[in-house]
Design a protein around this ligand. Structure first.
Ligand code: FNR
Length: 364
């Protein structure tokens, strides 16, 4: 395929993703409903609107959640990013651009990212695929001044995507991008979650954070499957670990890394994303060990259905409600929410027990 045809192809795919994600039926219920936080009847706290504030890679932000990667590089995508950047600015939360690897093939598309970036003084994340050239990574870091770089790993999506690649040897490439970027790197899934071994390997590679982006929200198997002419993959719709299962997996990885064996390897920060529907899902993520929480589909649908003002208001409401929830559950701040005790239903308990059995050293 010549370069112009490839450019057209990628631009069309980005348009499809927005349209299909907008009309996709995200599940109403997901594994967050299987987690029960222990609420003290005597919380001994008082209302404190600043209790949601926290650090994000050294930058003070107003809440521990952010707008996660979706789009950019095409006209519709740039306009969405402009709205998302304005919502980030108004609410003091970070915003992640969707994949900017397209800049390699279409250098003119950098301008749209730069114009949106100028609309927020909050930290932004720039997103690339693992095959992105080091020179492009450096250009993106220089032009967009991100606080960290996201590298997406999306093997299930690539398998189902009609034009998807099948070379999934990514570890060495992630290492090269990490070197070129010179800023913390976040390795993220796109809705299929993370297993224990991969998290442990990324820790050993020294990545800054892992965004587990698990099953339970936007489903890229369904989205890519609906773009296929033939060769149905709908049986993979339930593939992957849910976000909650992935957060359990991160806890197991932390345990494995803490077993003394030479120099201890620090555990990367954990980001929870995939199926975050409301501030309670944010709180549950923090209780399960996430430091920050990413939201994509929910915010995109508010923006596209109800407009930019409605999105800014929704984020403002989430901050206020999360602040109330942090106090309700007896905590002084977002960063102490890992202390909230929790229990889960039998299905998740069985998952955790079986995974614990697998996670004896050498077996995962
Ligand atoms: C995405 N997502 C995504 N992720 C990524 O790393 N790079 C990308 O370019 C995109 N593109 C993209 C487009 C659209 C329209 C959507 C809705 C999502 C995936 C996203 O960041 C997230 O991992 C998943 O959507 C799961 O989170 P939600 O949507 O359930 O909150």
């Amino acid at each position: 395929m010549d370069e112009e045809a490839l450019r057209q192809d990628i631009a069309a795919r980005k348009r499809d993703h927005i349209a299909l994600a907008r009309h996709s039926n995200r599940p109403k219920r997901n594994d967050f409903d299987r987690i029960f936080l222990v609420r003290p009847a005597l919380p001994e706290t008082t209302s404190n609107p600043a209790n949601t504030e926290c650090d994000f890679f050294g930058f003070r932000i107003q809440a521990p959640f952010f707008i996660n990667a979706m789009t950019g590089g095409i006209k519709e995508g740039d306009s969405i990013n402009q709205s998302l950047c304005r919502a980030s600015e108004r609410n003091g939360i970070p915003m992640a651009f969707g994949s900017a690897s397209f800049v390699e093939l279409n250098p003119g598309s950098l301008k749209g990212f730069v114009e949106a970036r100028e609309l927020t003084s909050q930290p932004v994340l720039v997103n690339v695929n693992a095959n992105t050239d080091s020179g492009i990574v450096k250009l993106l870091v220089k032009s967009l001044d991100p606080i960290a770089l996201q590298i997406h790993v999306n093997a299930v999506q690539e398998l189902v995507m009609p034009e998807g690649g099948k070379d999934w040897r990514w570890k060495e490439k992630i290492g090269k991008i990490q070197e070129a970027a010179g800023i913390p790197v976040i390795v993220k899934e796109v809705g299929f979650g993370f297993d224990v071994k991969s998290i442990k390997e990324l820790a050993e590679m020294g990545v800054g954070a892992v965004d587990v982006s698990g099953k339970g929200g936007t489903n890229f198997c369904d989205i890519e499957n609906s773009r296929r002419g033939k060769g149905d993959f709908s049986y993979l719709s339930e593939c992957g670990f849910s976000t909650v299962q992935s957060l359990f997996n991160a806890r197991f990885a932390r345990q494995l890394l803490s077993i003394p064996e030479g120099d201890p390897v620090p555990m990367p920060d954990v980001i929870s994303s995939g199926g975050i529907r409301n501030p309670l899902d944010v709180l549950k993520s923090l209780a399960l060990g996430a430091k920050w929480v990413g939201v994509s589909g929910e915010f995109l649908s508010t923006l596209l259905e109800s407009g930019e003002e409605a999105l800014a208001e929704e984020i403002c409401e989430w901050k206020e409600q999360l602040s109330g929830l942090i106090s309700l559950y007896g905590q002084p701040s977002a960063s102490s929410c890992q202390q909230i005790p929790w229990i889960c239903d039998v299905e998740l308990e069985s998952y955790a027990k079986q995974m614990a059995r697998l996670v004896s050293p050498g077996e995962v």
